[in-house]
Design a protein around this ligand. Sequence first.
Ligand code: LRH
Ligand code: MN
Ligand code: MN
Length: 429
Amino acid sequence: MSIISVDTIAASNAPLLEQQKSDYAHLGGQLARRGVDIDAIKAKVKQFAVALPSWGVGTGGTRFARFPGRGEPRHVFDKLQDCGVVHQLTRATPGISLHLPWDHCTDYSELRGKAEAQGMYFDAMNSNTFSDQKDQAHSYKFGSLTHTDASTRAQAVEHNIAVIEAGRQLGSNALTVWIGDGSNFPGQQHFRRAFDRYIDSASQIYKALPDDWRMFLEHKICEPAFYSTVIQDWGSSYLAANALGPKAQCLVDLGHHAPNVNIELIVARLIAAGKLAGFHFNDSKYGDDDLDAGSVAPYRLFLVFNELVAAAHEGVTGFNPAYMLDQSHNVTDPIESLMSSAAQVQRSYAQALLVDRVALDAAQDGNDVLVAAQLLKKGFETDVTPLLQQARLEEGGAIDLLGCYRASGYRAKVAAERPASQGGGGGIV
Ligand code: LRH
Ligand code: MN
Ligand code: MN
């Protein structure tokens, strides 16, 4: 089922075809001189998928204000359709990651059917115990899975189990747990007891996982708790994942680290420990900014992919990370931002595939520092745009993502169907 008509995509591609052919041939020639087969890289890029966050197709906001765009999705079916547009044009985003209760739906089999008709599936499910829902018995103001009150913890556990059940109906096979629990004042929370309560609650969720499911523990240094957070970094995440068992792994959201932390090194450590769950890709300058992937620090994204490609190349056992975007768009059309992030993630992957691993091993073993550094730069500095465009073209996508999307008139069409949403106060959804 196509949301954007096949003719619209063809019409957008048509004037670019000749140029595309020659750009791809030119890059192919350059890579051949480096001993790289462009078609082999293209085949790998085509196999690569990054899932979309359902919450990413709505305009985000800050705690100061939200400025909604036109045609904001009204419910999960609209979100699915917007995600379908991203996938149709990029051909790189077949998975959708839902967040409950934001994406609550009375008929998950209908939702699953609609996704499958779009050639899409449901990736990891996300639970939300960081905000109170209507008619909820106990408040999460002072925590959820780690709350001092046992009934509040039980309610949070129950919600996670309900999310697993919804995910089972949707064909998902992972639960991502991020909690906002922590403290805002020194002395407010007993650090060790709060962590113990986390393990106790999380192990009840772990026990409810179907056999083939994984549990992704997502850490974050701060926010909404601004003095301490219970699962604040990969150390706490790793301790928890280890305590829970083999199905529990650590999820790396690129915006959730202390400033200057070496994220690619964390990735390498988690790979070595068999505990890398996967990623929430986005970019940041200061904190959990949720900017488009690679928009601020593309080299950092490349270095993360360098670790991933190296692990795949070396055949590290159990290496199977889940790739997802997690970003919030305040000033752009979310569909445009998600498409450009998906392409950016693909770009970093392709560039990392270009690194000469044999030469890098030799340079590292021989302590040839500059050559090692330059081998990485050589991959990063290669403009792989024609390769990404060719991969999309061959899969029925758009050579020019933005041009095609804007020419389709999709935003104006949904703006006419969907009532304008309210702006005003803060909030991420
Ligand atoms: C927390 C987070 C987490 C949530 C999402 C909305 O900052 O990254 O992944 O589920 O944002
Ligand atoms: Mn995240
Ligand atoms: Mn975040």
